[in-house]
Design a protein around this ligand. Sequence first.
Ligand SMILES: NC(=O)c1ccc[n+]([C@@H]2O[C@H](COP(=O)([O-])OP(=O)(O)OC[C@H]3O[C@@H](n4cnc5c(N)ncnc54)[C@H](O)[C@@H]3O)[C@@H](O)[C@H]2O)c1
Length: 327
Amino acid sequence: MNKDNNILITGGAGYIGSHLVEQLVKTKANIIILDNLITGHKKLINKKAKFIKGDIKNKTALTKIIQNFQINTIIHLAAHLNISEAEKNKKKYYKNNIKGTLNLVNSCKNSNVNSIIFSSSCSIYGNVKGPVNEKRKPNPGGYYAFTKYKAEEIIKKFSKKYDYKYAILRYFNVAGASSSGKVGEIETSHGHLIKNIAVELLKKKPIISIYGNDYKTKDGTCIRDYMHVSDLADIHIKTLKHIDTHSKSLTLNCGYGKGYSVLDIVNILKKKNNKLIINYKNRRPGDIAEVYSDTKNFNKILKWKPKYDNLNKIINSAIKWEKKLNH
Ligand SMILES: NC(=O)c1ccc[n+]([C@@H]2O[C@H](COP(=O)([O-])OP(=O)(O)OC[C@H]3O[C@@H](n4cnc5c(N)ncnc54)[C@H](O)[C@@H]3O)[C@@H](O)[C@H]2O)c1
C-alpha cells in the first residue's frame, strides 16, 4: 500500500473492521477509523490508527473528515446488521444502511477519493439452490438484505459522477478471530451462530437455539458458507491492490464455496462439549434457507489463497477468543 494512501474505514471499531485495520496498519497507509461505537467496541480500536467517534448519518462531519484527511480510499463497513431487528424497525435500517451510504458517497464530491470498498452481503441473493455467482440477479428477501442491495446500487450509481472505482464485496458468513489474540467478535446482538456457541460453551449449562429445522435442506436447518475473518480482511487488501493496478470496479463474492448446515456446526461443537443442549425455535424472519458461494470468478480475478479454510480452525479460533475475552 502506498504511503500517501489515506484510508477511511467506517465501522473500523467493529468485528470485521478491527481485523481489517489490524492488517492495514502493517502497510504504509494512514488509517482513519470512523465509528459511532453502537455495536463497535473501544477495545477493538487499533492504537496505530486515528479514531474518530462519529456517525455516517452526519454528512457535514463526513465531508469534513474526507477533506481534512485527504482521504483516497473508503472502506465502508458501518451498518446495522441484525436481520430480525431489521424486519421490525425498517426505518432505523433505512436511515443507517441506505441513507448513511448515500451521505458517505455524496461527501466524496470534489474530494481525493478514488476508490470505495463496500461490505455487502450474500443475503442480497435471497433463496438460491447450489453455488451462487456474482451474475445472479439480486433478490433480497429480508429488509437487511434490501438495505445492502440498495447501498450497492448507490455506490455504483455515483462512481462516474464522483470519479471513483468501487469494489462490492459480498461477504458470506464471517466467523473466527485473529491469531494475534488482540481482536475478535465482542458484540453478541447480531445472532451469529459460531459466536453464540462460543459464548454458550463457557457456561455451565450451554444451550444453543436453532431457528428453523423445516427448511428444504439436507437436515432442515439453514446452509451457509463460513469464512474466517482474517482471510476476509486479507481479501480487502488484495482487492485494493487490484483496483490500484487495474483501475477497474468489481463485484466479488467472498466465501470459500462450501455450504455447512447449522446442525453440521452444532454437531462439531457438541463433540467438543456434549453438555450442549439444542433448543429448536421458529424460523427467524428475513432468514434464507441456503446460500454458498461460487468462487470461480473470485479465484480468477484475485488469484488468492485462503489461510484458514477449515471449519475446525475457524471454530477453535472463536472459542479461544471467547475464553480470552472472559478472563
Ligand atoms: N459479520 C458477518 O457475517 C457479515 C456478513 C455479511 C456482511 N457483513 C457486513 O459487514 C459489515 C461489518 O459487520 P461486522 O460483523 O463487523 O459488525 P459490527 O457491528 O461489529 O461492525 C459494524 C460497525 O459499524 C459501526 N456503525 C454502525 N452504524 C454506524 C454509523 N451510523 N456511524 C458510524 N459507525 C457505525 C458499529 O459501531 C460497528 O463498529 C457490515 O456492513 C455488515 O453488514 C457482515
